[in-house]
Each structure stands twice: as structure tokens, then as C-alpha cells.
Design a protein around this ligand. Structure first.
Ligand SMILES: [Zn+2]
Length: 290
């Protein structure tokens, strides 16, 4: 497999509140608009992306409203992942749960431990996990390094996710970024718990990094080793973290994995379609019998 086709990107961000895009985006002149994003998805063989509400919005309800309207504008190309921050208090969590309840198109909930100071097994999150179980939507959890150096990585190690995966067996969890650099820890939790998945997003340095090509190769081998060690390709999801990482470079991490073709295809789309309950590729569904 040389290029992705009909892929699902499980981890993208688009927001007017992401102001330092010129510095953090993979390219300075990136067209950071819905049109620009869809154009880049088309060029990289990505049929659908999960749009994750950013943590930089002035408040979670405002972030939710922005992501919701972008998803509506995307004409079926994006799905909504909303977010909540338990450190804002119980009533703020309740407010988000009420908003989600009025959002039929909600496809998942994202939490940002590390950026926000809480552990994934914090009891303040129980109402969110209970709602996710009842609604049947996955909970995505940031793990590993924080892009900003003001983050606190003691909160973002994967290990506490094991505890909630056991307590909330009906909730499917996604360990975002495979816990990088604690990839072994993340893979153990994915291996052990049938309701835990991992995504390959955000694992790459900025393209200006002097050893970028070697770095891409190293990360690809780390993903491959992690999957080979546990044998669980069926719960690994392709994700980029666009606009931080180029869709084409991110998909190449998967298309070049030394694994059976069906595993690479599952990571690029099939696993995500099953997890999020997505329809078949829009290209495929449009093509009627001739
Ligand atoms: Zn992200």
C-alpha cells in the first residue's frame, strides 16, 4: 500500500481560537479554514475526519458551538468530538452533559489531562463516563507529552486509564497519541482491556526538525513494534493531529507499516468506522450500480 484511500482521520482540530498556527502548524502558509482542511484531506485520501473541539476556546460551551457549526458546514466530511473540563466544577460538567444531550450528531467526548490538571480516574469525571456509557459514544483522552511547556505530564500518563476501563466496561476509551513517550504503558492498557483503543496522532516533531526523515522512520518502527508486541491492530486508529502534522506524512506512518495489508486498512479506516459508527466512505456510497 503506497497511499491512503477512503481513510478516517480520528484526530484533527480546526478553530479560530488556535492563534499560533503559523508557529505550530506543520507549514507556515497552511490554509487553516474548513475549505483548506477538506482540500488537504482530499489530496491525502482521507474521506472523513473526527473534529475535536480545542482546549483553547474561551469556554467548553463556546468550543462546542464552534466545532458543531464547522461539522454542519462540512456536509458529512467531519464528525463532532466535544469536550469538558472537570476542573471548572460540577455545574460546568453538568452544563456540557446537557449540551451533549441536545446534540444528536455527537460522536465522542475528548478530555485533556496534562493540559488541564486532573487525572483520567478523577471521580469528578464519573458523570461524563456515565453519560458516555448511556449514549454509547467513545471517550478520547489526551496522553503523553503536552505540546505546550506549561502542561503537567504527571496527569497525562496512560496508566490511570486502566482503572476507568475496568470500572466503566461499557465505555470505549481512546488513548490519544499512544501515550507518547510512554507507548509501552499505553499498549499494555490497550492489550489488557477490550474497551480501550489507541490513536497514532501527534507523534511527530515539527518538519523543521533537522533529522525529520529519520524521526518519521523511527516513529513508524515504534508503532509497528508496539502493535507486533501486543497483536492488537484492531484497536489501533489512524490519526494525524492536523494542523500540527501533515495528513500525508501521518498516513505514511500507517501505509508503510510492515503488517498484513488488512491490518493497515483497518488502522486507516475500518476500526474507526466501527468505533464511531460511521457510514461507508462517501465516495463509495455515492457510486451507485451502473
Ligand atoms: Zn490533538
Amino acid at each position: 500500500m503506497t497511499a491512503a484511500r477512503n481513510a478516517v482521520d480520528t484526530h484533527t482540530h480546526l478553530s479560530r481560537w488556535w492563534r499560533d498556527i503559523q508557529e505550530t502548524g506543520y507549514r507556515r502558509d497552511i490554509d487553516y479554514t474548513l475549505e483548506g482542511m477538506l482540500r488537504e484531506m482530499d489530496a491525502a485520501g482521507i474521506d472523513h475526519s473526527m473534529l475535536i473541539q480545542v482546549n483553547d476556546a474561551p469556554s467548553p460551551p463556546e468550543g462546542h458551538a464552534e466545532a458543531r457549526s464547522l461539522v454542519a458546514e462540512s456536509k458529512g466530511r467531519l464528525s463532532l468530538i466535544s469536550s469538558a473540563n472537570p476542573t471548572l466544577g460540577a455545574s460546568a460538567v453538568e452544563e456540557m452533559v446537557a449540551l451533549w444531550d441536545g446534540t444528536p450528531e455527537l460522536k465522542g467526548i475528548k478530555l485533556f489531562p496534562g493540559y488541564n490538571p486532573f487525572y483520567p480516574d478523577d471521580p469528578r469525571l464519573d458523570p461524563i463516563y456515565e453519560y458516555a456509557a448511556q449514549r454509547g459514544v467513545p471517550v478520547l483522552i489526551h496522553t503523553g507529552d503536552t505540546m505546550d511547556n506549561w502542561g503537567h505530564v504527571k496527569y497525562s500518563r496512560p496508566l490511570p486509564i486502566d482503572d476507568i476501563a475496568v470500572r466503566f466496561r461499557d465505555v470505549r476509551f481512546v488513548v490519544c497519541h499512544l501515550g507518547n513517550p510512554w507507548i509501552d504503558e499505553a499498549m499494555e492498557i490497550i492489550y489488557k482491556n477490550p474497551n480501550v483503543y489507541g490513536d497514532t496522532s501527534g507523534l511527530l516533531a515539527h518538519p523543521s526538525y533537522p533529522l525529520f526523515d529519520r524521526h518519521v522512520d523511527l516513529v513508524r518502527r515504534r508503532i509497528q513494534d508496539a502493535i507486533s508486541m501486543t497483536g492488537t491492530a484492531e484497536r489501533v486508529l489512524y490519526g494525524s493531529d492536523w494542523p500540527l502534522i501533515d495528513f500525508r506524512v501521518a498516513t505514511s506512518l500507517v501505509t508503510r507499516l510492515d503488517l498484513p495489508e488488512r491490518d493497515r486498512e483497518a488502522i486507516l479506516g475500518g476500526n474507526a468506522r466501527r468505533l464511531f459508527g460511521l457510514p461507508p466512505p462517501h465516495g463509495a456510497s455515492r457510486a451507485g450500480p451502473s
